[in-house]
Design a protein around this ligand. Structure first.
Ligand code: FMN
Length: 169
């Protein structure tokens, strides 16, 4: 699939090469233009290369072990102010980040940190300010093409357009 959007897949195996700081800054430069409800931009990002912190984060979600294997983890912090659109906004920015990384030849995989105790535990090593919580983190790195296709328990593929789309005329 060579469509720039449709070809985005989760990558869970990475080469050990570091991700240049300038590339992460470019990705955030692009992604920060993502729209959010009332333009509140209820997001902050923490880039982590420290192996001990990545290891710690990898134990704070059910399927987050890959965070220890990725050369860089980008934690997404959302502002918990009770605004109903915040998580929707965070989904949009996460997709922008993954697409911008994909465009630059980098692989990504979103991970969920949970339950809430684990989210609070992750906030401390990330230096999150009061009211900011890391509910998701993105593993980032150059794809290890040899292992990328390793089967997972998660089903692949997508529902067809005819099942997803209905028309009212
Ligand atoms: C909100 C969200 C949370 C996710 N959490 C995890 C996770 O914790 N661990 C993981 O390995 N993949 C996680 N994924 C990746 C999904 O499993 C993946 O997107 C889905 O299986 C489709 O595969 P693809 O992205 O390769 O097309 C998450 C994806 C999203 C959108």
């Amino acid at each position: 699939m060579d469509d720039a959007i449709a070809s985005l897949r989760s990558v869970r195996h990475f080469l050990p090469h570091p991700v240049p700081r300038v590339t992460i800054e470019e990705i955030i430069e692009v992604a920060r233009w993502t729209g959010s409800a009332r333009n509140r931009q209820p997001w902050r990002f923490v880039a982590v290369t420290d192996p001990a912190i990545r290891e710690q984060l990898s134990r704070l979600g059910d399927y987050a072990l890959l965070l220890a294997r990725a050369p860089l983890v980008l934690a997404l912090l959302s502002h918990d102010d009770g605004f109903a659109d915040t998580e929707f906004d965070l989904g949009r920015i996460a997709q922008s980040i993954c697409l911008a990384a994909h465009q630059r030849g980098l692989g990504t995989c979103l991970t969920t940190l949970h339950p809430d105790d684990n989210v609070r535990a992750a906030a401390e090593p990330l230096g999150a300010g009061p009211g900011w919580f890391p509910r998701h983190a993105i593993a980032v790195g150059y794809t290890d093409a040899e292992n990328h296709r390793t089967p997972t328990a998660i089903p692949v593929g997508r529902l067809p357009v005819r099942e997803l789309l209905t028309w009212v005329r």
